[in-house]
Design a protein around this ligand. Sequence first.
Ligand code: ASP
Ligand code: MG
Length: 395
Amino acid sequence: MSLIVQKFGGTSVSNIDRIRKVALIIKQEIDNGNMSVVVVSAMSGVTNNLVSLAKQLGAFEGDEEYDAIVSSGEQITAGLVAQSLKELGIRSRSFTAWQLPIVTDDSFGKANIKSINTYALKEYVKNGGVPVITGFQGVCDGARVTTFGRGGSDMTAVAISAALGAEICDIYTDVSGVFTADPMIVPNAKIINSIDYTDMLEMSYSGAKVLQSRAVEYAINNDVIMRVKSSFINGEGSIIGHFETKSVVGLALSDNLERISVFFDNEDHFNKIVEFFNENMIKFDISVKTDSYMTIFVNKDELHNITESLQYSGLVRKIEYLTRMNNEPQLSKITIIGHKTPELVEQVELTLQSVNIKARNISQFRTKVIVWVESCCDKIALNAIHNFCIINGND
Ligand code: ASP
Ligand code: MG
């Protein structure tokens, strides 16, 4: 008899039919003789809507009311899932974060977990019940609700798994696992059966959307084995743990990047700007850095938000929109993750040449190679590199 944490994402609980399907998946685990602790996200679309409502009244990440507003979707799902389990004759109840509690610091919008009281969960499970916990949220000193950043119910699932010493943390989603590349763009992409923590983290950082990178970091630090599975179709999914990396594992694409220059007064402001990006989980690549400015690449969809917050922060003197000013093409970044051979860079260049694409830049790191191309041909480039590295094998 094992204790398993089962987390269900937004699309898995998007309506009552889907919630009933989730209840059957949980029942299967109970019928197999296991104990289940469930963590849920808000129904799909709900959090986006809450974020938009909050912003219309000027509540942003970092504001106390932002967390109070955007955390509310999970409470609805927790109640509905518990109710659907009861419909199947399974003892169940919902738990919000403050009811346990999951105690965090007071970094609103990106809180860090300080402790989890597992007493009520253990008692409930011992008596044959299935607790259903609201993901994404905690409570800080002063009894205010906090949240863990977008995608943060993965964080709750991993932290609950660690606190309970669960056998595995199953993350149910709408894809069958972690893929070698985004299957929407690369039709040949395959499921990765087992993937090492560090490669998974690199995939998440580089743009793979399947898991929150903070949650993967927490899993590494607390030795939590994760498994990504579909709640729509049966399958083995992908296991994330300690594995040896013998070849290229996967590719991630970060597309439509624009170049901006951010001017600042001193090094202290530069450090604060970088800290600001990291704290707000804003992805950026620095291409030039001097004493008074840096040139960075950011996603065009995030450009407005980023520059608005930067200006508001008082840390920057001026921002120049280089891509727009100079009419430059948007660029995309393809990250090749895993073990690389000495010939890889040259082979990637040849592969791109064969589809008439010239890489803007290729750089090598210990566990990855980064290839920059113009966004107009990034999908062709990604498919070509994927075919070469993954499908034809490259060890
Ligand atoms: N509902 C939250 C979000 O949409 C948390 C999550 O789904 O993991 O970001
Ligand atoms: Mg998610």
